[in-house]
Design a protein around this ligand. Structure first.
Ligand code: TXA
Ligand code: MG
Length: 330
């Protein structure tokens, strides 16, 4: 079983222990402001391959390289002016930029899955300190079995991957609760590859540019990990529910009861006051609770489309997508 160290309370001990495990080429589960990451030395083939192995992840799925700061990122990728503006504005924070990889970068090809671009992000808080201490970029996907819901607490990580890991750092519940927003700038045009924890409206305000969204959800495949069916709980997921059916758990938004909910297995409200940031932070944890209630299906009440609602609805659409019958879920 994994050792768990509280990185908020025992930061020095957590830094040392994590650096030891990372230096030996093994992954460590770390808190970030978005979701918990399964981090390993991005320059080591062995370390990165252990991430794929631990998650049961398809091989050709590139990983985000997490950097201590912009200066570290600049040693590995080439910034265009718009991407630089975005990095200066939003790092550290829930923003990943896909940029051309420098030929002399020592980030391993297993991390980029052989692409000539690299996804880079500077995380907030303890994760940033750990990377600065380790002095190398950390490859880190979300710390969950491939296809399952992303973890937003150390307990989620322990329940899913505890027997495959030696060390989990516990930094408390993730403040954002949704994965980073992923952008790729080409010829001065911002392309949104994955809506996430940074609101697109903030990106547009900071640059004065309009972000281009893919024509359809299926087109998001440009970020190769954006499988249509993802973030899947075991229970079926029903969106935009106007009422609650027998044997369902209800997850609603905005404090308004739905017809039939007194018979629900469980009723949770993502944000009774209608705050989308609070809703994002609660989303994955509530999905896990609803799943654990044993309900046949999870009904979701309507979620507004603006602000972080876009990323929340994206995750819910993936959670409700038809699944291959053999898809591993946990
Ligand atoms: O908030 C986050 O982004 C979290 C935390 C741990 O930082 N990480 C995360 O990683 O969500 P992951 O591996 O679950 O999702 C990364 C996404 C995948 O869809 C992957 O295909 C895409 O980023 N990606 C990575 N490198 C890429 C590249 N060079 N080009 C296009 N897409 C890329
Ligand atoms: Mg993930």
């Amino acid at each position: 079983m994994a050792t768990i160290i509280n990185s908020a309370r025992d930061a020095a001990q957590a830094l040392e222990a994590a650096s030891d495990v990372l230096g030996a080429g093994f992954p460590v589960a770390i808190p970030t402001e978005t979701v918990y990451g399964l981090a390993a030395d991005a320059t080591s083939a062995q370390a990165v391959s252990r991430i794929y192995e631990c998650k049961g992840r398809p091989r050709f799925n590139p990983l985000i390289a997490h950097m201590a700061d912009l200066a570290m990122a600049e040693r590995h990728v080439v910034f265009d002016p718009v991407s630089r503006t975005l990095a200066e504005h939003f790092w550290p924070g829930p923003l990943t930029l896909i940029l051309p990889l420098k030929t002399d970068s020592d980030v391993h090809a297993l991390c980029t899955a052989g692409l000539d671009t690299l996804g880079v992000r500077v995380p907030q808080g303890f994760a940033g300190s750990l990377i600065a201490h380790f002095k190398k970029p950390l490859a880190a996907p979300s710390a969950n079995t491939s296809g399952a819901i992303s973890p937003t607490t150390a307990a989620h990580v322990e329940a899913d991957l505890g027997d495959k890991l030696t060390l989990i750092l516990d930094g408390g519940a993730c403040a954002v609760g949704l994965e980073s927003t992923i952008l790729k700038v080409e010829d001065g045009v911002i392309h949104l590859l994955r809506p996430g924890g940074l609101d697109v409206a903030e990106i547009e305000a900071a640059t004065g540019l309009t972000a281009q969204r893919p024509a359809s959800a299926g087109a998001i495949i440009e970020a190769p990990g954006m499988l249509a069916s993802h973030y899947a709980p075991v229970a079926r997921v029903r969106l935009n529910a106007a009422d609650v059916r027998a044997d369902e758990a209800l997850i609603r938004f905005g404090g308004t009861p739905l017809p039939g909910e007194s018979a629900a297995r469980l009723v949770l409200d993502l944000s009774p006051t209608g705050n989308l940031r609070e809703a994002a932070a609660n989303l994955f944890g509530y999905m896990k609770r609803a799943d654990a209630s044993g309900a046949r299906a999870i009904a979701f009440g309507p979620i507004p489309a603006h602000g972080l609602g876009e990323a929340i609805r994206d995750r819910l659409e993936r959670a409700s997508a038809p699944r291959p019958s053999s898809a591993p879920r946990s």
